[in-house]
Design a protein. Structure first.
Length: 250
């Protein structure tokens, strides 16, 4: 059977798969296009994640592409599959970055808000307001703003990247960070403190992690979250007071 399939074009194979639902043909198409997974995964080879894990995730993306591809649309399979594979790998990396304890509903709302914002911007020619976006997603503005603020930190440039995009000698954001807050430093050791942080509201978790684990200044945190520095300061002090209570009770 495979000898016959080898002589057929990709679109012909997919047309037959859609007609017959042949599981062996499905396996053959997945195997035939595994090179696409390796091609996409190469871009992530230098990451901290296991390359084998990345390949496995990419293969899931390939399987999804094989199951969803419609040959009647006239698109080449590789054109359809590569973004699907890349998207699966990127979602995997995003999942790995939710190091603080963020509720699943906020993670999902953050992703939905990002997609809806892009769609509405394309349709209307301008970014939607929080009110419009919240209405479209059937959530309150407060819920939406919290999800957006929490999600923003995972779409930003690496803290190790230079502040200037064209100069290798540009200082990193870590180099520009503010000094450590003695109030936090005196609270507890790192493990105990991080455990206590997980008990705070998601927005306060984000602020403390950016301030004291990633060592950003209040001004930088404010810029990243799209809120005022004064608001960051208020939330930071509130979170610090709550941390003291949590640690005293533990």
């Amino acid at each position: 059977m495979e000898s016959r399939w080898e002589e057929m074009s990709t679109n012909e194979l997919f047309a037959e798969l859609r007609e017959t639902d042949n599981p062996e043909l499905r396996k053959y198409l997945i195997k035939r296009h595994e090179g696409l997974v390796r091609h996409v995964a190469k871009a992530y080879q230098e990451s901290a994640e296991s390359y084998e894990d990345i390949l496995c995730v990419g293969r899931e993306g390939l399987i999804n592409a094989v199951d969803r591809f419609d040959p009647s649309r006239g698109t080449k399979f590789a054109t359809f599959a590569v973004p699907t594979i890349r998207g699966e790998i990127q979602r995997y990396f995003r999942d790995q970055t939710w190091g603080i304890h963020v509720p699943r509903r906020i993670q999902e709302l953050s992703a939905s808000a990002r997609q809806m914002r892009e769609q509405m911007t394309q349709m209307e020619g301008r970014p939607p307001s929080y009110a419009d976006l919240a209405q479209r997603l059937s959530v309150s503005e407060e819920e939406l703003i919290e999800a957006v603020e929490v999600g923003r930190q995972y779409d930003l440039i690496s803290l190790e990247a230079g502040a200037g995009q064209t100069s290798e000698e540009a200082p990193s954001y870590l180099d520009q960070a503010g000094e450590e807050d003695e109030q936090i430093a005196q609270l507890a050791d790192q493990d105990e403190l991080f455990s206590a942080i997980k008990q705070l509201p998601a927005r306060q978790q984000v602020i403390l992690v950016l301030r004291f684990y990633r060592e950003l200044s209040q001004q930088e945190v404010a810029r990243r979250l799209g809120i005022s520095q004064m608001h960051v300061s208020r939330l930071q002090h509130k979170a610090t007071d709550q941390l003291k209570e949590i640690l005293q009770e533990s």
